[in-house]
Unconditional design. Structure first.
Lengths: 391, 353
């Protein structure tokens, strides 16, 4: 049975060059923080990787703080900036986010609300999947001095819509409010420049662009401090402690370099496959509805609602045909939850529960779409029969 | 796959028999910690993890199906309303009838599967009338009683690969197959009742309105804190200080929900020779047209009592006349009729004489 991977927004196949870089570096002995020759040699590679990534992100090398994951970088941004800003001025306890952030933003923000008396303002999003700028503007105007930070996802991980980060930074600038963005999905797929966007902080992650799992980075403006989450050796700018993960960092830089070098070519390829997938679905399932179907979007994400189905049935049936896709998120016991992203966009719980995300990557090919075409009708028929059985 | 040893071995055996098998763990609560946390049960994160690891080991895909709405509506709410009407329900039977071999089976069939395999200890045998249900070979584990709520069509889609083996052998087999759940203890409690405190769980949901405990003449002997926390035949925990004239212990004879009264009396008064059941289900063959000889079982691991049984009211009700009296039968429990080892059918006990 053929296997088709349409879940590149979850994680990507590791790039061969990056994997080799990982293995080569992992063989080298030495803690990069050590002062002897072993340490210096590893350190050199880490710093070269940092400079490489800085060049690709559009920031200074000193602005790159490596972390153990994108989630950690997001937590560091949210909690670190909140704590720092509030310690400077007790009034600053408001955090503004969009209503459809990734859980790695939503959860720390709501944790701060519960545990640390933060006030959360969730800016609504439109049915097309874009942040309501009027709402954001008035929130900034009304609450300016009380706002500790603003964090808005750059490209949404479930529907792929790209948020106007530069405009948000503009609005925040008058009140000198720091803006963070989660660029985990956008970095390497669309042009992203930290300095041009005028950001305070930004999160990126290796495994969404062909790098290894277990390494991310918070890009944090030079000269500003945030309160650390992890205290220890202070290895990363005294903001993030823990032995520097040289092999992963070197592989991250290698994967990022490949992704950016091939970005335009990949984007064209991925977008054409996405459009082909969309046409196939339209032809085979005429009543399918495409969520977040207009405006600026990532090339590789297609979020589709199949009326009169349940997405967990669809996932099972596609899986049994060897096709991997995603239903949004599940709780810790694995029970599927309706996507908060789609709910925020105004879909009903039932509509959200009948939606699936297909995310395409550079390694997909036209034959994947052809194979998908041979399976989809059977999958939809069975999912609809299963849906009727529960009605 | 509950995360226990039985369903794990059942899945392994089904796979080995050449079937295309997927593992399904049922999420029976939207919030897995709602009904039960920390302890063993159907609803914990640890159990879904154990089930997943068993599926990995067996080499089958694994999914979690959210049946929490169906479970709440058909099992939990029914459990509460039965208690509120003075009956003593058995939620495991209800779950088999409405969830495992209804919602799950229907969904599986719609997706192209032939049936549902479970780790129940029971046997199905092909006959010219389709599959029929029989007791398992291990009398200590036989679960045909809790499956007797399955109708003919449900039994056709049910597969019980463990019925020919003892529990002890199944544990050995699980260990030999490298299943880490081999030594996991059996679950006994009601899966959605935290800590097994049935009375406390009911009290939180049904309140604890005090009412009289009376004898058969109607004389008040004491007070109770919620009639539904009593079960017919119960002897302990009645809290009555007035001794009986004969010095014999008292038993719960009846629960009268309308007047919120618990009636107690002597053991003799619990004697029952005729049981009437409603909502009769016939497990395979048609309902009997005449009086037949057989056995009736009224508890999950109770004895099978020789009886004569017949159906009434267009086969929707069932009556069993016992050769010898039994004592203390709670309404709401299931009466299951056997023809030797074959399960004939079942009904919910509605009245006793």
């Amino acid at each position: 049975m053929p296997r088709v991977y349409f879940d590149n927004a979850a994680t990507t196949p590791i790039n061969g060059v990056a994997l080799q870089a990982f293995v080569d570096q992992a063989r080298e002995l030495g803690n990069p923080s050590s002062l002897h020759g072993y340490g210096r040699e590893v350190r050199k590679n880490v710093e070269e990787a940092r400079e490489k990534i800085a060049g690709l992100v559009g920031c200074e090398a000193s602005e790159v703080i490596f972390t153990g994951s994108g989630t950690e970088a997001n937590n560091l941004a949210i909690k670190g900036i909140f704590w720092k800003r509030r310690s400077e001025n007790q009034m600053r306890r408001v955090i503004i986010i969009s209503a459809f952030e990734h859980h790695a933003i939503l959860d720390p923000v709501h944790w701060l609300a519960e545990a640390e008396d933060a006030e959360v303002i969730e800016v609504p999003v439109t049915s097309d999947g874009f942040i309501n700028m009027e709402f954001l503007k008035s929130a900034i105007e009304n609450r300016g001095d009380e706002i500790a930070l603003i964090s808005v996802i750059h490209a949404n991980n479930e529907v792929g819509t790209i948020q106007p980060i530069a405009e948000i930074v503009n609005l925040a600038e008058n009140h000198q409010i720091p803006v963070h963005t989660d660029s985990i999905q956008s970095f390497g797929k669309i042009p992203v420049s930290f300095s041009e966007l005028g950001l305070f902080a930004m999160t990126i992650s290796a495994h969404k662009i062909g790098g290894p799992v277990g390494v991310g980075a918070l890009i944090l403006k030079r000269g500003v401090d945030v309160t650390p989450l992890l205290h220890g050796g202070g290895q990363e700018r005294d903001i993030r402690s823990g032995t520097i993960n040289a092999a992963s960092i070197v592989a991250f830089a290698s994967a990022a370099q490949t992704a950016i070098r091939n970005r335009e070519k990949n984007a064209l390829h991925v977008a054409s496959l996405r459009d082909a997938l969309k046409e196939t679905i339209k032809a085979d399932v005429p009543d399918a509805i495409f969520n977040a179907n207009t405006g600026e979007r990532l090339p590789g994400i297609l979020n589709v609602r199949f009326p009169n189905t349940e997405s967990d049935s669809l996932l099972l049936l596609f899986d049994s045909e060897g096709i991997a896709c995603s239903t949004g998120s599940a709780c810790s016991a694995g029970v599927q939850q309706p996507s908060h992203v789609l709910l925020a966009m105004g879909l009903s719980e039932k509509e959200a529960r009948s939606s699936l995300r297909f995310s395409i990557g550079p390694e997909n090919s036209r034959s994947d779409i052809d194979y998908f075409h041979t399976c989809i009708k059977k999958v939809i028929d069975r999912a609809r029969a299963a849906y009727r059985s529960t009605a | 796959m509950s995360g226990g040893v039985d369903s794990a071995v059942a899945a392994a055996r089904a796979k080995e028999a050449g079937h295309e098998v997927i593992g399904v763990h049922l999420a029976l609560s939207k919030n897995p910690k709602k009904y039960r946390s920390g302890a063993r049960g159907c609803c914990t994160i640890e159990d879904s993890h154990d089930a997943r690891r068993a599926a990995d080991r067996i080499g089958i895909p694994f999914y979690i199906w959210d049946m929490s709405d169906e479970f709440h509506e058909n099992v939990v709410e029914n459990f509460l309303s039965e208690y509120a009407s003075g009956r003593t329900p058995n939620p495991c039977l209800r779950c088999n009838e409405k969830i495992k071999f209804a919602a799950v089976l229907d969904r599986a069939k719609a997706m192209g599967f032939d049936g549902v395999v479970t780790g129940h200890y029971a046997i199905t045998k092909e006959s010219e009338n389709g599959k029929l249900l029989f007791r398992a070979v291990d009398p200590l584990k036989d679960q045909s009683y809790v499956l007797a709520v399955l109708n003919r069509e449900q039994i056709q889609g049910a597969y019980f690969p463990l019925g020919d083996t003892t529990k002890e052998e199944i544990r050995k087999e699980a260990a030999a197959r490298g299943l880490t759940v081999a030594n996991k203890p059996d679950s006994h409690d009601i899966c959605f009742v935290p800590s097994g405190d049935n009375a406390g769980w009911l009290r939180d949901r049904l309140g604890s309105e005090p009412g009289p405990i009376v004898d058969e003449s109607g004389a008040k002997l004491g007070e109770h804190k919620g009639a539904y926390t009593y079960t017919i035949g119960q002897r302990r925990g009645l809290g009555i200080t007035v001794p009986t004239p004969t010095g014999e212990p008292r038993y719960v004879l009846r629960i009268e929900p309308k007047s919120n009264t618990v009636v107690v009396g002597e053991h003799e008064s619990l004697a029952i020779t005729r049981i009437t059941g409603e909502r009769a289900i016939w497990c395979g063959l048609a309902a009997p047209a005449e009086k037949l000889r057989g056995f009736v079982q009224v508890r999950a691991h109770g004895d099978a009592h020789p009886c004569t049984y017949w159906s009434v009211n267009s086969q929707s009700d069932l009556i069993a006349e016992l050769d010898e009296p039994v004592f203390g039968l709670a309404t709401g429990q299931a009466m299951v009729i056997y023809d030797n080892d074959r399960v004939v059918g079942s009904a919910t006990i509605a009245g006793t004489e």
